[in-house]
Design a protein around this ligand. Structure first.
Ligand code: NAG
Ligand code: NAG
Length: 361
């Protein structure tokens, strides 16, 4: 008994030593949020970009004079990027709030892009989320998906994150994977593969953002303000100076290789069965449109990375629209109306409503 316990203890100590040694050798991804100034700089919009006193969050405003935006100081070749975003309330048709990776400034003819685009709504309707990717200038082959959100994105900040590795791109909302694009050889250059910077912007997308452009931006409701916080820039910087990866150092090629290892082995890049199940659940409940099941858009051609096992096909019409998801089926609208009614009953007009608007949907 005693010898057995001692042997077990010795074994445990050996395996702990092995774990510690492995941890010391393997780089790990530091995913803590950074202050704005540490990773980002203003891009456009002048005074419409407002930093918080503690420097850790930023408000981006859109008014009749301009939108606004910021951009990472470094370009990154792979990484995990996240921002928590609280969106403007009330009538926001035509407003686009985007958090994305791009290198359009460096490669105008053959750029790469990975997008979160939040699309404003008429009053009483919901914000939509759109994801998309382009690789090497594949702008004639948009890979859009559109979703409803499982929460009211105007009440609190929610985290929108993307893990970009050499082999896959995974989009997350509040830690739930919502889309996984696995790089298959047939994608060719369409998989984003060149270094990209990280952007956040707010702008007028009246031409297309809300119900195909039917509802335009109305500056009577301006300024529109989106708050960005919990800024995570856990990438492999190109020509940058940040130390985002522990256990690194060394020459740039070996540190970029070890950074890729850190990005690929991070929890955010590994799809476990539980995460796949959560993604499936999210998509069944919230995915409104996916290019993967749109048989008309590209003349019957379906992208090679799409729904390899065909498990989602039955959920979608031939033009990519969900058979299962429609805004009227969902609960939060009702919950929100109840919250408003409660506030009114308490004599407390929600502070975000512009003075003079009426309570009619
Ligand atoms: C990317 O585009 C450039 C210019 O159009 C082309 O020369 C190159 O072969 C493309 N690369 C890939 C991987 O498709
Ligand atoms: C679309 O598909 C039809 C039938 O397969 C073909 O005749 C036509 O040329 C295609 N058009 C384009 C633009 O690829």
């Amino acid at each position: 008994m005693a010898t057995g316990a001692a042997a077990l203890l010795a074994l445990m100590m050996v395996s702990w030593a092995a774990v510690l040694a492995a941890n010391a050798a393997a780089p790990s991804l530091d995913t803590s949020p950074v202050p704005f100034e540490a990773g980002y700089m203003p891009l456009f919009g002048g005074d419409n970009l407002v930093r918080s006193p503690d420097g850790r969050s930023v408000r981006l405003k859109l008014d009749a004079s301009t939108g606004s935006g910021f951009v990472s100081k470094s370009a990154y070749h792979h990484g995990y990027f996240s921002a928590s975003i609280k969106l403007p309330d009330d009538y926001t048709a035509g407003v686009v709030v985007a958090f994305y990776l791009s290198n359009g400034d460096v490669f105008p003819g053959n750029h790469d892009e990975v997008d979160f685009e939040l699309l404003g709504s008429r009053r009483g309707h919901e914000w939509r989320l759109q994801t998309n990717i382009y690789g090497n200038g594949s702008t004639s082959r948009g890979r859009e998906e559109r979703y409803l959100l499982p929460f009211d994105p105007t009440l609190h900040p929610h985290a929108y994150a993307v893990a970009w590795t050499p082999t896959a791109i995974i989009f997350y909302v509040d830690g739930t994977p919502i889309r996984e694009v696995v790089r298959v050889p047939a994608m060719g250059g369409d998989f984003p593969a060149k270094p990209m910077s990280v952007y956040a912007t707010i702008w007028d997308g009246s031409a297309w953002a809300t119900e195909g452009g039917r509802y335009k931006l109305d500056y009577a409701y301006a300024p529109f303000a989106a708050d960005f916080s919990a800024l995570v820039l856990s990438g492999c910087p190109v020509g940058g100076v940040e130390q985002v990866v522990g256990g690194g150092g060394g020459s740039s090629s070996s540190s970029s290789a070890s950074c890729d290892v850190a990005v690929m082995t991070a929890e955010s890049a590994v799809m476990t069965p539980a995460k796949r199940a959560a993604m499936r659940r999210f998509r069944r409940r919230h995915l409104l449109y996916t290019v993967c099941h749109d048989r008309y858009r590209y003349n019957g051609t379906v992208f090679p990375e799409c729904d390899a096992d065909g498990s989602e096909r039955g959920d979608f019409h031939k033009w990519g629209e969900s058979k299962l998801v429609s805004p009227s089926r969902r609960g939060y609208k009702k919950k929100r109306q109840q919250q408003r009614a409660n506030k009114q009953a308490a004599g407390d007009r929600p502070s975000t409503w512009p003075i003079g608007t009426l309570l009619v949907d």
